[in-house]
Design a binder for this molecule. Structure first.
Ligand SMILES: Nc1nc2c(c(=O)[nH]1)N[C@H]1C(S)=C(S)[C@@H](COP(=O)(O)O)O[C@H]1N2
Ligand SMILES: [Mo]
Length: 173
């Protein structure tokens, strides 16, 4: 009887474990973009509907134009990364500022000048070689720059710092 129960539990883990894990990661493909003391473009005036946080759902992220960057990173050999341009996400949020403060699920906080984003056009990658990024594999969003195309800047210490992974929230300042 005990044996049967143990087998039933094992079977349950095999059948349900991966599904639950995949579901948890799917539910995390989302992003908050907020604004700290910055201006929201095109929303001036007394009746301006100033939103301080814009939430991007999974559907919203997947419906932005998808871009591809083929590059290695500090952690991986050459791969194809796919996702929306960070600049497009910022434009959609409508916040204007000078610096981004990027918060990750691992508690890391990195500041990136917006001029750097416009210069190197990174994407918020949600896929590597066609596979959606899991939290374990740098997901749900990994800021990818064209490192192989500009190794002088992007493979340096300062550049490497800006490859922020496990992103959950971006604050415009
Ligand atoms: N989410 C997250 N992204 C991150 C970091 C981090 O700690 N957490 N470290 C940054 C820094 S400082 C560098 S140099 C590179 C490599 O960091 P790591 O290998 O120590 O994580 O990733 C960058 N991206
Ligand atoms: Mo670093």
């Amino acid at each position: 009887m005990l044996k049967i129960r143990v087998w039933a539990i094992c079977l349950g883990l095999v059948l349900c474990g991966p599904v639950t894990a995949v579901q948890a990661v799917r539910d995390r493909l989302e992003l908050d973009v907020s604004c700290d003391g910055c201006k929201q473009v095109g929303r001036k005036g007394a009746n301006a509907d100033v939103r301080r946080i814009v939430h991007f759902s999974r559907t919203a992220l997947l419906s932005l134009p998808m871009h591809t960057i083929d590059t290695s990173t500090l952690w991986t050999t050459s791969a194809r990364w796919e996702g929306p341009r960070l600049a497009d996400v910022l434009a959609r949020a409508g916040f204007k500022g000078r610096t981004l403060r990027v918060y990750s699920y691992d508690g890391s906080v990195q500041d990136i000048p917006i001029a750097f984003v416009h210069r190197y056009e990174p994407i918020l990658a949600y896929r590597e070689n066609g596979v959606e990024l899991s939290l374990r594999n740098f997901g749900p969003l990994f800021l990818i720059f064209p490192r192989d195309q500009h190794p002088d800047v992007l493979a340096s210490e300062v550049g490497s710092r800006r490859f922020v992974y496990q992103i959950k929230h971006i604050e415009v300042r």
